[in-house]
Design a protein around this ligand. Structure first.
Ligand SMILES: NC(=O)c1ccc[n+]([C@@H]2O[C@H](COP(=O)([O-])OP(=O)(O)OC[C@H]3O[C@@H](n4cnc5c(N)ncnc54)[C@H](OP(=O)(O)O)[C@@H]3O)[C@@H](O)[C@H]2O)c1
Length: 271
């Protein structure tokens, strides 16, 4: 059952990921809109709107919050921490979703004023309560304070706690960036469908529904591996076999290996 959260939460940075998290947690009724404060330069300047409380500075956002979510780009984390450091308290929870930035770096940016720091690596499927979020807690983060973090992210999907911080970079490369890989594959299928003469409208339906169906098929069978699932729909000498054998001949697996490694190395660089 989803726990209704009572903490005051401030999002510093309210871009794609922050919006996805809020959307998911509101859909799940884990959050009440009135408990949310958000801030970002475009909101402050009035270039974008928000239905939530708007803080006019990062300091103001941090000051009255029980939970501060750092949802800016990794390169902006240090600057934001320096802005809020004077009001950060031990009783607050700091959640950073920034790729690569380690807990100890964030702790240092915050002048070691708190150890209640947790790194989260969600993906944007949190918006539809189908996300997957990896969590890594500062070793001194009190067990008794972890419930909020668990409940918040669980309201948006699956949560996996990791003991080794380095593993977060792997999650970043697989599930953090993952939705984009599948979108790109859908884009490629759309391209192919259109080249073969299908209308965009029909191709959209086919591509979307096929992805959805394939996802359900893998979710609903706990026994078969992905490889076995693929074998089930690949008759020797048939159409699917012709397609897959072309991918194999062109080193598809190696290409994906390299793709994921690039994301992994980039996550490490960003730290
Ligand atoms: N997107 C993903 O799929 C994903 C997945 C996992 C983790 N992450 C992590 O999530 C973080 C945010 O990513 P994103 O994709 O949401 O990026 P984004 O859409 O570019 O959002 C960044 C937000 O930070 C705001 N910002 C910039 N400078 C600021 C400052 N000095 N003070 C306060 N806010 C400031 C931006 O404001 P403006 O609106 O004014 O530009 C924007 O709202 C990154 O660290 C990324 O590594 C993202």
């Amino acid at each position: 059952m989803i726990q209704q959260l009572t903490e005051k939460i401030s999002f510093i940075g309210f871009g794609d990921l922050a919006r996805a998290l809020v959307e998911g947690a509101l859909r799940a009724e884990a959050l009440k809109p009135e408990m949310l404060t958000v801030t970002s330069p475009s909101l402050i300047a009035g270039r974008k709107n928000t239905p939530f409380h708007l803080a006019m500075t990062n300091l103001q956002a941090a000051e009255h919050a029980d939970v501060i979510v750092l949802a800016v780009k990794p390169s902006q984390i240090e600057m934001v921490c320096q802005e809020i450091v004077d009001v950060v308290r031990e009783d607050q929870i700091i959640i950073s979703v920034a790729a690569g930035k380690t807990v100890s770096k964030i702790e240092n940016y915050l002048a070691c004023r708190t150890a209640s720091i947790v790194r989260a690596m969600p993906n944007t499927a949190v918006a539809v309560e189908a996300g997957v979020t990896a969590l890594y807690y500062h070793p001194a983060f009190k067990k008794s304070k972890r419930n909020f973090v668990q409940d918040f992210f669980q309201s948006t999907g699956t949560v996996i706690e990791v003991d080794k911080e380095e593993d977060l970079d792997l999650f970043t490369a697989i599930s953090g960036s993952g939705p984009a890989y599948f979108f790109y594959f859908q884009e490629a299928l759309m391209h192919a469908a259109s080249r073969l003469g299908l209308s965009q409208e029909i191709a959209q339906i086919l591509v979307k529904q096929t992805m959805h169906g394939a996802s359900l098929l893998t979710q609903n069978s706990s026994s078969a591996t992905f490889q076995e699932k693929r074998a089930e729909v690949t008759s020797p000498g048939g159409t699917t076999a012709a397609a897959i054998s072309y991918l194999e001949k062109h080193h598809f697996l190696e290409l994906i290996d390299q793709m994921v490694e690039k994301a992994y190395l980039r996550a490490r660089e960003l730290g």
